[in-house]
Design a protein around this ligand. Structure first.
Ligand SMILES: CCCCCCCCCCCCCC(=O)SCCNC(=O)CCNC(=O)[C@H](O)C(C)(C)COP(=O)(O)OP(=O)(O)OC[C@H]1O[C@@H](n2cnc3c(N)ncnc32)[C@H](O)[C@@H]1OP(=O)(O)O
Length: 210
């Protein structure tokens, strides 16, 4: 893994604004009820916009990099990356030895009618557990993730995701976490095993943020 120095903050801000607009577009697409002719017209507009963006393309999304304030960020990440339209994006904060993030799912995350797809909840927990392990100095790859779905997860509601590192054994470390309502009802909980690949530095210099 290489971590590059950041350049072009203004351009990155513009990229993040574009990604946020694409998220709005995805929600609007999921919910729209406009007539067919309007759907066709908007599709033509978007086809043109897509071609304009593809006029110059990178080989991969935004990499891990140091922000101007010295923090480590990954704008291309599918969960936390503000430059990745797929991301919520989740803003993960350290809370002592644990991590937390406010979560508000979108209609485009629908699985069963009216609630969030289980794979989306698992993805959020995978990431948060991974960050908890990293925050404890055991950054690694997910080797296994066990998810227990206790109650349907609504979209549109303010929810909380939390995770903490629980133990480590050599390159292996474990974390657990949950997605809860604001009043503390657990909707989904997970435990995960994270393994630091032998080629990675054993401990990252700073806990990753976001
Ligand atoms: C500085 C940058 C910081 C970045 C921080 C970012 C944090 C962000 C958070 C991101 C979060 C999201 C993250 C993502 O989305 S990560 C994306 C999803 N995960 C992957 O793609 C992982 C793919 N798998 C691998 O790369 C390798 O298999 C890994 C690295 C996991 C292990 O390959 P490695 O060659 O190293 O393993 P080993 O053979 O030497 O075995 C070592 C030990 O581990 C035990 N074992 C192995 N596999 C499993 C298993 N599946 N279950 C249970 N145990 C397993 C094995 O028995 C042995 O135990 P022991 O005999 O020693 O007791």
């Amino acid at each position: 893994m290489t971590i590059r120095e950041t350049t072009g903050e203004s351009r990155l801000r513009a990229l993040c604004e574009l990604a946020e607009q694409v998220r709005e577009l995805m929600d609007a697409t999921t919910l729209t009820d406009v007539p067919e002719a309007e759907l066709t017209a908007v599709t033509a507009t978007l086809t043109e916009a897509t071609e304009r963006l593809r006029a110059s393309a990178r080989a991969a999304p935004q990499p891990f990099e140091f922000a101007p304030d010295g923090s480590l960020r990954h704008l291309g990440n599918a969960v936390t990356g503000a430059a990745n339209p797929h991301a919520l994006p989740l803003a993960v904060e350290r809370d002592g030895a644990a991590v937390r993030a406010d979560v508000r799912f979108r209609p485009l995350h629908e699985g069963p009618p009216g609630s969030v797809h289980g794979g989306i909840s698992a993805m959020i927990l995978d990431h948060l557990l991974g960050q908890a392990a990293a925050a404890a100095g055991f950054a690694g790859m997910t080797a296994s993730l066990t998810v227990r779905y206790l109650k349907p997860v609504p979209y549109g509601a303010a929810l909380l995701a939390t995770a903490e590192h629980t133990r480590a054994e050599g390159r292996k470390s474990w974390a657990e976490g949950r997605i809860s309502t604001q009043d503390g009802t657990t909707l989904v909980e997970a435990t995960g095993l994270f393994i630091t690949p032998a080629a990675w530095p054993a401990r990252p210099p700073t806990p990753p943020e976001g």
